[in-house]
Design a protein around this ligand. Structure first.
Ligand SMILES: [Fe+2]
Length: 226
């Protein structure tokens, strides 16, 4: 298949302009809206049976997900907590981060995340809570785009329960990031990043937001330091 390189270039240039508007400020940027980890755990208590093994083909990696958004508003975790690449190979359906934009019961139940999420509401992509047992991890990777070099979304990570300095490590671009539990971090997901938990019951929230001018402006307005 030959690519239409001039179109690829135009799309990449437009996205790069937006992406750079965010990341000229830094690669890991703390945001203002605080997400109370205790409040989240309390609100999610009734969902204890709803967590699903993250990417079951890697079941030796103890991590579970709870969808805040999904393709259909359901919480089956299919395909949002699976490898999208493998799922699309099997089904022939192609989905992008931004197709996962229907909010679930977990979203409605969890008022603790509203202040952070509502500014992005109409432009949310795939969002999920992730729970780790000791040894649960996401190995070093980059979150790119299937068809273009620059993705059409940006990423926010919120370390929640049991993510203190000796419990949970977020490594970005080869460096251990010092994080505050409950603080959202907008980060450059094109640079390598990984997380690993050293204890049970660690929890994070991962958010994708559509990369457009309105969302870039909104994100900048939420920077903790400006
Ligand atoms: Fe990632």
């Amino acid at each position: 298949m030959t690519s239409d390189w001039s179109r690829v270039q135009a799309v990449n240039f437009e996205r790069l302009g937006l992406f750079q508007q965010l990341h000229i400020y830094g690669d890991v940027i703390p945001l203002k809206p605080f997400v109370d980890p205790v409040h989240v755990s309390q609100e999610l208590a009734s969902f204890s049976e709803k967590w699903v093994q993250y990417n079951p083909s890697k079941s030796q990696n103890p991590r579970q997900g709870l969808s805040v958004t999904s393709l259909d508003g359901g919480m089956s975790g299919i395909p949002d907590l699976f490898s999208l690449y493998e799922w699309s190979k099997e089904t022939g359906k192609k989905v992008s981060e931004r197709d996962f934009n229907k909010t679930t019961d977990a979203y409605r139940q969890c008022s603790a995340i509203r202040e952070l999420i509502e500014p992005f509401q109409e432009n949310l992509g795939r969002c999920r809570f992730v729970k780790f047992a000791a040894g649960g991890h996401f190995p070093p990777h980059r979150d790119g785009s299937v068809s273009f070099q620059i993705p059409d979304y940006f990423r926010i990570l919120v370390p929640l329960a049991n993510t203190g300095p000796d419990d949970f490590h977020f490594v970005h671009d080869g460096r251990l990031v010092s994080t505050e539990p409950g603080r959202p971090y907008l980060f450059n997901a094109l640079k390598t990043h990984s997380v690993v938990s050293y204890r049970d019951d660690a929890m994070t929230l991962a958010i994708s937001v559509a990369l457009n001018q309105e969302m870039v402006a909104k994100a900048i307005s939420l920077f903790k330091i400006y």
